[in-house]
Design a protein around this ligand. Structure first.
Ligand SMILES: NC(=O)C1=CN([C@@H]2O[C@H](COP(=O)(O)OP(=O)(O)OC[C@H]3O[C@@H](n4cnc5c(N)ncnc54)[C@H](OP(=O)(O)O)[C@@H]3O)[C@@H](O)[C@H]2O)C=CC1
Ligand SMILES: O=CC(=O)O
Length: 324
């Protein structure tokens, strides 16, 4: 008999077929308690779980006594209680690598659009304000040859450094928990402590996972250390930044501008002060959101679940140590 799995995200038809070939699939819209209650038997029998962006915690695990593997269509897994999964010996699979280049493109888009005020001036053109030759009130600042500070020199940080070094001749500073000799050799990147990076960088780019250590890593003190001409970019996770402190730093001119793909609350509330600031480019968490990459992530997540339920945890497994 095929193992039963719960699918809580829409999949392209061919991937749904691949999943159906291996499993008996119950599709649900989300993992909210009402949904779990409504499909109680399917949750009670499921050995696998596949989807993204929903919380997977002890309360859910209690409703899924047969669960053996979860597969998220994302690289980040801060919405999973990994300790609870480990205690229950449930595998957690994710989708690193397939999205790396696309997210690095998004980071570079945020750098360029916030420096050159692309969104702001395009809106002015649409509003009919372009009536004569433009003057300095339409100008932005250069990106090429400016110093880029990367906080989080993992897969995506490296891909950003590659773009910045070879494409834009940017000197690169970086901070992570450990040194990355490859970044130093290939992109001439210089490791430095966070304070030095904040004080010297013209662009400060965060691409960190959310964890207990990174929660609110950036607050008033960190923004105060940055140059008043600096641009702040975040495409990691919103809660790595104390958003109130960021808003204050932008409003007080402590930093020049921000490009943001992630927020403390998503979707970003329509009354967020960030939306009133012309020097903020706010994107709806589109880091990996291209047709090609989202397809590849979904395919990777389907294959990950098939692998995990066969006990194959050689790649893309967050907690291989618990495999039997
Ligand atoms: N906006 C979006 O749509 C997307 C957002 N993301 C986010 O980006 C994150 C990074 O992805 P990826 O590059 O693949 O992940 P990696 O695991 O490859 O890299 C993470 C980096 O963060 C560093 N890091 C972790 N904790 C700390 C800390 N406490 N202090 C300093 N540095 C730290 C790591 O340091 P070290 O190298 O020393 O271990 C590593 O360099 C994801 O976890 C996700 O949250 C990812 C994809 C899309
Ligand atoms: O935010 C997206 C991810 O893949 O993580």
């Amino acid at each position: 008999m095929k193992p039963s799995v719960i699918l809580y995200k829409a999949l392209p038809d061919d991937l749904l077929q691949r999943l159906n070939d291996h499993f008996t699939v119950t599709r649900v819209p989300n993992l909210h308690p009402e949904t779990v209650q409504q499909h109680a038997e399917a949750f009670a029998n499921a050995e696998g779980l596949l989807g993204s962006s929903e919380t997977v915690d002890t309360a859910l695990l209690e409703k899924m006594p047969k669960l053996r593997a979860t597969s998220t269509i994302s690289v980040g897994y801060d919405n999973f209680d990994v300790e609870a999964l480990n205690a229950r010996r449930v595998l957690l699979m994710h989708t690193p690598t397939v999205l790396t280049e696309t997210v690095a493109d998004t980071l570079m888009t945020l750098v360029l659009s916030s420096a050159r005020r692309v969104v702001e001036v395009a809106e002015r053109v649409k509003a009919g304000e372009w009536k004569q030759g433009i003057g300095p009130d339409w100008f932005g600042i250069d990106v090429h040859h400016k110093t880029l500070g990367i906080v989080g020199m993992g897969r995506i940080g490296m891909a950003l450094a590659q773009r910045a070094h070879f494409g834009f001749n940017m000197p690169i500073l970086y901070n992570a928990r450990r040194h990355h000799p490859q970044a130093e050799e290939r992109f001439n990147a210089r490791y430095c402590d966070l304070n030095t990076l904040l004080e010297e960088a013209d662009f400060v780019c965060l691409i960190l996972p959310l964890s207990e250590e990174t929660h609110h890593l950036f607050g008033a003190e960190q923004f105060a250390r940055m140059k008043s001409s600096a641009i702040f970019i975040n495409a990691g996770r919103g809660p790595v930044v104390d958003e109130k402190a960021l808003i204050a730093a932008l409003q007080n001119g402590e930093i020049h501008a921000a490009g943001l793909d992630v927020f403390e609350q998503e979707p970003l509330p329509v009354d967020s002060p960030l939306l009133k600031l012309p020097n903020v480019v706010a994107l709806p968490h589109i880091g990996s959101a291209t047709h090609e990459t989202r397809y590849n992530m979904a395919a990777c997540a389907v294959d990950n679940l098939i692998d995990a339920l066969k006990g194959n945890v050689e790649k893309n497994c967050v907690n291989p140590q618990i495999a039997g």
